[in-house]
Design a binder for this molecule. Structure first.
Ligand code: SAH
Length: 464
């Protein structure tokens, strides 16, 4: 079976860098069912074509009876289309040959991975099971132009009509990694069969390759169902997880538009997130730390609502980090999204080189959990060693506690709090830190501003 991908992006030979495959060399890779060959039929500055030819070993198909060819018909084991038709074998080859390209890495020319290029894909024998317009329904929403010619069942007897195979050409302008992921998922969906057993791992695979574009695809149900071989339980799980991602996006983009009037009706926790995200966004930071990130609520908002290319969360509690990984769906993020996030296990009272080289840090509702005797090491770790340009710290304003109905006089808001400061106490500490460490500092309140006792949360923004 054959697949070719051509580009006229100039210089077209950049395709070789992106695929991590040298246009001058033929390369053969062994797969469990045969050999995949990669070579370039043409490689000039104006046009470059890569070909993937998969030679399926027919003996292996007979030996591994699990696949669609090992069914009841014994003849079917020997006479079948698998060596010729683009199918899950081709997807497996794409996965094996181009996984680096799909993860969005390019060693020699990293800037190329984010360049949309014009591509022409040729699949000379693509099985299309289902309605005549299926190819268009799958590829057009993703921005492809589809040209497809049905292949006759038998060229000597044209009146036998067309077979289910088509000679297909797709043109589009997109990122190479998106193109590869979409082919990898949609080829076996069109064929509607797979050569291997489909288990729960396959959901992760689908969400990893399809995460972003699949969520918004009008045929996402059909794609998911067919990709998971019509297994109802797996399909439901996959769709739930896809929708979950969508819900989070909606909640977070809703936060974007939150105006002062709305803020009154939302929880203090949400208001803190909004205020901190805004401070970080205004600073223009690209590399952001969330120190004492807990279960990553703020991180989720930072990822959605700022232009940060890297958001790193640090917490001393491993269990919180696990909850954070689940909240962020780290295991099913697309490789591109995954590269933006990191969760680190560590303490803010020990110097940690992993925290160096960042533009901004958020330390939200954390300092009051530190023993006062540890504040000095915290100060050195964050302000002297990590030393990002902007540091945002929030902590409770203890004066406001009298306004909380459920809080007995003299008790703190959380049993693990080591202290809660008045506005004057916080200002005194923060001004001292700023002077010692060469930062400027401004203060504000988060939540309703009471004329007597101020806001429930106080925030300091330090800038170097
Ligand atoms: N910033 C989060 C969590 C606040 S709760 C939020 O606003 O939702 C305080 C967090 O600080 C907890 O997750 C706790 O595990 C973490 N923490 C406490 N001491 C720490 C230390 N020394 N180093 C790193 N994290 C610490």
């Amino acid at each position: 079976m054959l697949l070719t991908i051509s580009t006229t992006y100039e210089p077209a030979t950049d395709l070789g860098f992106l695929l991590h495959k040298n246009p001058q060399r033929h390369q053969g890779v062994e797969l469990s069912f045969g050999t995949a060959h990669v070579f370039y039929p043409e490689a000039s500055k104006a046009r470059c074509t890569v070909a993937v030819l998969v030679a399926v070993d027919p003996v292996d198909l007979v030996r591994n009876r699990k696949g669609p060819t090992g069914g009841e018909s014994s003849l079917g084991q020997y006479v079948n289309d698998r060596p010729y038709a683009a199918s899950s074998h081709l997807s497996a080859a794409i996965n094996k040959l181009f996984s680096t390209a799909m993860s969005g890495r390019c060693k020699e020319r990293p800037e190329l991975v984010d360049v949309a290029m014009s591509f022409e894909v040729w699949l000379p024998t693509l099985p299309v099971r289902g309605s005549a317009d299926l190819l268009e329904r799958l590829f057009e929403p993703l921005g492809y132009v589809v040209t497809s010619t049905p292949i006759p069942l038998d060229t000597t007897f044209p009146n036998w009509g067309p077979s289910r195979y088509c000679d297909v050409r797709l043109t589009t302008t997109t990122l190479l990694r998106d193109l590869l992921e979409q082919l990898l998922v949609l080829i076996p969906v069109l064929d509607d069969t797979k050569h291997y057993w489909v288990g729960p791992d396959e959901i992760d695979r689908l969400l990893r390759r399809g995460g972003e574009w699949l969520t918004g695809h009008p045929e996402r149900e059909l794609i998911t169902k067919r990709y998971l071989r019509h297994d109802r339980a797996l399909t439901n799980q996959a769709l739930e997880r896809l929708l979950d991602v969508e819900d989070i996006d909606e909640v977070e983009s809703a936060n974007d538009n939150v105006e002062e009037a709305v803020e009154r009706t939302i929880s203090l926790n949400d208001q803190r997130i909004i205020a901190v995200v805004e401070a970080i966004r205004n600073s223009g930071a690209r590399r952001v730390l969330d120190l004492g990130c807990g279960s990553a609520k703020l991180m989720r908002a930072l990822l959605a609502d700022t232009h940060a290319d890297k958001v790193v969360g640090v917490d001393v509690s491993y269990r919180s980090l696990e909850a954070g990984a689940r909240r962020l769906h780290l295991d099913t993020m697309t490789p591109r999204q995954r590269d933006r996030v990191e969760l680190l296990h560590g303490s803010l009272t020990y110097r940690d080189r992993r925290l160096e080289g960042f533009d901004a840090a958020a330390v939200v509702e954390v300092i009051e959990h530190l023993d006062p005797s540890r504040l000095e090491s915290f100060e050195r770790v964050v302000f002297e060693h990590a030393a990002p340009t902007v540091i945002v710290i929030t902590t409770p304003n203890v004066e406001y506690n009298v306004r909380f109905d459920g809080l007995a006089p003299g008790t703190m808001r959380h049993p693990d709090h080591r202290f809660e400061w008045t506005r004057a106490e916080f200002a005194q500490w923060a001004t001292g830190v700023a002077e010692r460490r060469g930062y400027g500092v401004t203060f504000s309140g988060i939540g309703p501003d009471d004329p007597e006792v101020g806001s429930p949360t106080q925030m300091a923004v330090f800038t170097k």
